[in-house]
Ligand binder design. Sequence first.
Ligand code: IPE
Ligand code: IPE
Ligand code: MG
Length: 254
Amino acid sequence: MSDRGSGLADIPADKLPRHLAIIMDGNGRWAQQRGLLRTSGHDAGAKTIRTVTTECARLGLEQLTLYAFSHENWKRPQREIDYLMRLLKRFLIGERPTLAENDVRLTAIGRLDSLPDAARAALDETIALSADNGGLNLCLALSYGARAELVDAFRVLGTRIAAGELAPEDIDEALISASLYQPGRDPDLLVRTAGEMRVSNFLLWQISYTELHVTDACWPDFDVAELHAALRAYATRTRKYGGLVDAPRDAVGP
Ligand code: IPE
Ligand code: IPE
Ligand code: MG
């Protein structure tokens, strides 16, 4: 675990999430509140990704999963989509030195085949360039929908059953988890910016026991202090997974 510096020095390392997921919302509102175009909000939001990624890497987190573009975001006006896809390409190329400096490995989840060729090529190349970095896994959710992910997983399992490789009784929670886009540790903490109290089709299977933190700050305003506030809130949580923690014996019912 790296030095946590002044901001979080009093929080024990085992009280930090190992996997943090963030719904980066509010770019449009941030811009509109300033009389700017929504696209300026997306530009500002892209800068925030660097700040948050660098701090998560410094803190020694294992994974940061960012909801960058949803399966449902394809419904937006074509001009906004085109802007976001060009921004994505620029971001992926521009972040390569920062990923290298911070030992960050880029990965992605979602229906990546739906991305325009130029963005997809930049994504594949950045993933390949950073593949040997051993620090934080920065996972971008792109063209990602949790229901679409489950549909894709069930199709793979159905194909294996049809081929006689798998019996329906072989399906259990571990096999479904292993059939998702990127099997691994479920998020310990899910943060949503810009105040909405909803999950918007993000990681539905994986967040069954994830701790939640919602802040009113729009994503472009989510700075290191906001990140630390979320991590501090997480450090106070008691995770019980349906069980009891430190319950007195006589408190247990029939
Ligand atoms: C989040 O900001 C970025 C994406 C979903 C691509 P929004 O664009 O959703 O911003 P608001 O919610 O309209 O403010
Ligand atoms: C969720 O934000 C998706 C991303 C942050 C990429 P949205 O702005 O799309 O969510 P809704 O429409 O408010 O639920
Ligand atoms: Mg939004």
